[in-house]
Design a protein around this ligand. Structure first.
Ligand code: NAD
Length: 541
């Protein structure tokens, strides 16, 4: 147990002005703090008042980051008290702004920066981390940060933010969490010239040298933190699919951009079907965008549809993609990226989304292209002509990139669209009805998946675990939610949602023989609940 100034400098143990008199005497703190002792609740009130004095989102982000680095209990208590206000600050959209400015707003390092110059020393670097029992690592190489592109080492903001969501939304103890940035350089030339850029000013290392670096990293994680789950985050297309495939059976790992997105989108689809009254097996999906999000969603849709009776090839035949070159068809196979190949359909070439809709007549249109306003009024109206309740998901982030607005979806479909978006949209009044659009935020899925995997010490994360997570999330949508057109539960229920998802994921791991800790089905939920972290001060005397 550290004492004195070392204790005050330890964010996991520090209580600041809440250290009791007897703790101040026992731990060498007397005189290092002003005499009045405050409760955690009083500290929350003071911190919130200070937070409200910051007007710009980025200022609020900096305030919260400094608090997190000073006193994690207070930080998480504040987040628990004001989740809807603060989650958009510590994660999207503000975290994107923070990453863009990471060098300028940098105060104190958080997480581990592992650069390619340190090849051969990764075990040593991981051992520098003060916690020895790390269970959750979020790692990025910064190549594709949100919709912002290559931000190199400044991607650290994403790893830090995601882990804060694990603790605040699923109750993963912060001491278990380790954010990591792998710095292999950046191809963003403006960063090389930037006086505040914090990473290596060199082009990205690729090919065999990159692969050897990743291999050393994964092996080092297994050596130093053998119980850790590794979450790949915001890697570029060329590496994201490969790394997921190559390592998913070698280390407990998943990719949230691919699999977490799939979980939340499938949950939305399952809830939407409660409104359309159709079975999953009757769906035909048309995606605009064939990247990590789109193909990830299609992969999980196939798992779900096969579980409901379709053959794999029937289910695959229900997934159609339009990318920047038009419909993804066999004729284009010679020039298609690897992850699109299995979705190349036997169909003549089609150039535009509007034409593809005419040919395919999908039940659901899913936007994951990053291309704003591509779901025009005409396209939405056409979807509504051959679907009583067309499913329209405009998932591209941030709001400015959404394929259509909520208002456009409801208006152009005559109030019949079942709509969800990646970024939040305000409620829409159409005729007599008020619609509350659902936000397909990955935060509904990944914290619960991670928590469930950790509770039973899963050896790997399977596609079926995401299926169970999606079904659980969809089941938590109430009839009242659906009456408002909202196909996700309110974000205020996130802790409860995460516990149920964790329970379902843990059970799936046990049934599939993937759990290191085997429990009876009726023991799993209480094991999950017992593992959940609640921000509160421990007594040190
Ligand atoms: P990505 O870069 O892997 O894929 C983007 C795809 O869009 C590529 O296949 C590209 O070819 C295609 N594309 C580009 N221009 C196009 C055009 N004009 N017409 C058709 N297709 C075009 O990115 P990603 O990870 O798949 O993310 C895509 C979008 O989805 C982003 O905006 C991201 O914010 C969003 N997203 C949302 C959620 C969510 O809502 N929960 C989760 C993940 C990603």
């Amino acid at each position: 147990m550290p004492r004195g100034t070392a204790l005050l400098a330890n964010p996991l143990l520090n209580k600041g002005t809440a250290f009791l008199d007897e703790e101040r005497d026992a731990l060498g703190l007397r005189g290092l703090l002003p005499p009045r002792v405050f409760t955690l609740e009083a500290q929350v009130d003071r911190a919130y008042a200070n937070y409200r004095r910051k007007h710009e989102p980025l200022e609020k982000y900096i305030f919260l980051t400094l608090l997190q680095n000073r006193n994690e209990t207070l930080f998480y208590k504040l987040l628990e008290t004001y989740p809807e206000e603060m989650i958009p600050i510590i994660y999207t959209p503000t975290v994107g702004e923070a990453c863009l400015d990471y060098g300028a707003i940098f105060r104190r390092p958080r997480g581990l920066f592992v650069s390619i110059r340190e090849r051969g020393r990764i075990v040593e670097i991981l051992r520098h981390w003060p916690q020895t029992d790390v269970r959750m690592i979020v790692v990025t190489d910064g190549e594709r940060i949100l919709g912002l592109g290559d931000l190199g080492a400044m991607g650290m903001g994403i790893s830090v933010g995601k882990l804060s969501l694990y603790s605040s939304c699923a109750g993963l103890h912060p001491a278990y969490c380790l954010p990591i940035t792998l710095d292999v350089g950046t191809d963003n030339k403006s960063l090389h010239a930037s006086p505040t850029y914090l990473g290596l000013c060199q082009p990205r290392v690729r090919g065999a040298e990159y692969d050897a670096f990743i291999e050393e990293f994964v092996t080092a994680v297994k050596t130093v933190f053998p119980k850790a789950l590794l979450q790949w985050e915001d890697f570029g297309n060329t590496n994201a699919f490969r790394l997921l495939r190559d390592y998913q059976h070698r280390i407990c790992s998943f990719n949230d951009d691919i699999q977490g997105t799939a979980g939340v989108a499938l949950a939305g689809l399952l809830s939407a079907l409660r409104l359309t009254g159709q079975p999953l097996t009757a769906q035909k999906l048309l995606f605009l965008g064939a990247g990590e999000a789109g193909t990830g969603i299609a992969d999980l849709f196939i798992t779900a549809a096969v579980a409901e009776g379709l053959t794999e090839s029937e289910a695959r035949g229900r997934c159609w993609f339009v990318d920047s070159q038009g419909l993804v068809v066999r004729e284009r196979m010679a020039n298609l990226a690897h992850h699109k190949l299995t979705y190349a359909q036997d169909h003549p070439p089609v150039a535009t989304l509007a034409e593809a809709i005419e040919c395919i007549r999908p039940t659901a249109l899913i936007g994951v292209s990053g291309m704003p306003s591509t779901f025009t009024d005409e396209i939405i109206a056409r979807m509504a002509e051959f679907n009583e309740r067309p499913i329209i998901f405009a998932l591209s982030n941030p709001t400015s990139k959404a394929e259509c607005t909520a208002e456009a979806a409801y208006r152009a479909s005559g109030g019949r669209a079942v709509f969800a978006s990646g970024s939040p949209f305000p409620a829409v009044v159409f005729g007599e009805q008020t619609f509350v659009p659902g936000q397909g935020n990955n935060v509904y899925i990944f914290p619960g998946v991670g928590l469930g995997a950790l509770v039973v010490e899963a050896k790997e994360i399977s596609e079926r675990m995401f299926l169970m997570a999606a079904r659980t999330l969809a089941d938590l949508v109430t009839d009242d939610d659906l009456a408002l057109g909202r196909i996700y539960p309110a974000l205020t229920r996130i802790r409860e949602v995460s516990v149920f998802i964790a329970t379902a994921v843990a059970k799936e791991a046990i049934h599939a023989g993937l759990a290191g800790v085997v429990l009876a089905d009726d023991e799993v939920e209480s094991a999950v609940r017992q593992s959940v972290y609640h921000p509160a001060y421990q007594s040190y005397v």
